[in-house]
Design a protein around this ligand. Structure first.
Ligand code: NAD
Length: 343
């Protein structure tokens, strides 16, 4: 390995430190491509610095522009905002990239290979909400404002289309609800069609699908889709739907990518019910690590890691309890490292 790439490491809460240990063992076996700056956030951040997103953690990501993070708990009480939302806003992480690939065959759907690209900063998730009291009911009326901008839509669509081309995808579907929310999701649809016609026309096929029909089609025949690109709320729902197609959140990585940084994570939470027991499945975080390697241009290392994960699960049959196996996180880690070194 020539020059190691500076990156921030946040172990996170609950099972975070256990699965991060597996990821570090995997990176070690791959020749240590990253030079880690270890920081804290979430509950660990509150304990260490009185803030779920301490200034030192933000400064580290500002410097490295690249991070791998375990799941973070938002402390209830104390008025803390979600660290994940704050990170997205702070580093303008406008694209949420959620690949869903079948790794363990024999589930309800085999051979799934889909990507959801979700707009991460705009839409109905901007938090402009209010109640209007009437008579003695303080919650008589609830209102939320959604905001999608041309510029925000375009940069996300540009990211999704460029990602489709760079990864050799054949089809992109713009998912919307412009038949009802004509302005809010219509702007996203019209911007996507315009961008495609102007710049991407012969590089992949474009289709447009209404969100409700898309949800049904994904369950009936998920293989008809390739890349799905959509606004914040629809993307949140669809990315969990496609995670379900490949065995649930324990198998799904995510990348939050933006103008100022890229942060990779497992999609699942801190799993407090199994934390400290040494039984957590590190697969989702390892797949996030593979995305991070790819993002850093280390395609060979990413492929070696993915192949080792698949061989550990499917050839060695080393699986944690959530996948019906009996192996501990430590046993999985040892088998994975052997596969990386010998594979
Ligand atoms: P969760 O994903 O932590 O757990 C849901 C279920 O899945 C639990 O039964 C858990 O044991 C199991 N599970 C999750 N990850 C697993 C793994 N790697 N191996 C084996 N089993 C696993 O969801 P939750 O219980 O709703 O949330 C717990 C905490 O995590 C909350 O504080 C929540 O806010 C936080 N959270 C953080 C993130 C993030 O940082 N990206 C995402 C979701 C939830």
């Amino acid at each position: 390995m020539s020059q190691r790439i500076p990156a921030t490491l946040i172990a996170g809460d609950g099972v975070g430190p256990e699965i991060v240990e597996t990821a570090l063992a995997a990176f070690d076996a791959l020749g240590n491509p990253f030079e880690w700056d270890t920081q804290v956030a979430g509950l660990a951040g509150v304990e260490a610095a009185g803030d779920p997103l301490p200034a030192a953690t933000l400064a580290s990501i500002r410097r490295t522009r690249l991070a791998l993070k375990g799941p973070l708990e938002t402390p209830s009480g104390g008025g803390y905002r979600s660290s994940n939302v704050r990170l997205r806003e702070e580093f303008k992480l406008y694209a949420n990239l959620r690949p869903a690939r079948t790794i363990v065959p024999g589930g309800r759907f085999d051979n799934i290979d889909l990507v959801v690209v979700r707009e991460n900063l705009e839409g109905l998730y901007i938090g402009h909400e209010l109640y209007i009291p009437i008579d003695d009911d303080p919650h008589a009326v609830a209102m939320a404002t959604g905001v999608n901008t041309r510029q925000g839509s375009r940069r996300l669509l540009e990211f999704a289309f460029a990602h489709a081309v760079a990864t050799g995808r054949k089809k992109v579907a713009i998912v919307h609800k412009a038949n009802i929310m004509k302005a809010l999701t219509g702007i996203f649809l019209e911007t996507g069609i315009e961008l495609y016609e102007r710049k991407y026309k012969n590089q992949f096929a474009l289709e447009t699908v209404i969100i409700d029909a898309c949800a049904m089609k994904l369950v009936l025949n998920p293989w008809q889709f390739d890349v799905l690109v959509t606004t914040n709320l629809f993307g949140d729902i669809l990315s969990d739907l496609v995670a379900g197609l490949v065995g649930g959140l324990g198998m799904t990585p995510g990348g939050n990518i933006g103008a100022d940084a890229a942060i990779f994570e497992a999609v699942h939470g801190s799993a407090p019910d199994i934390a400290g027991k040494g039984v957590a499945n590190p697969t989702a975080l390892l797949l996030a690590a593979a995305m991070m390697l790819e993002h850093s241009g280390l395609h060979g290392e990413a492929t070696r890691l993915r192949n080792a994960i698949s061989a550990t699960l499917n050839t060695d049959h080393v699986r944690t309890g959530d996948l019906g196996g009996k192996s501990s996180t430590g046993e999985f880690t040892r088998a994975l490292v052997a596969r990386i070194k010998n594979g």
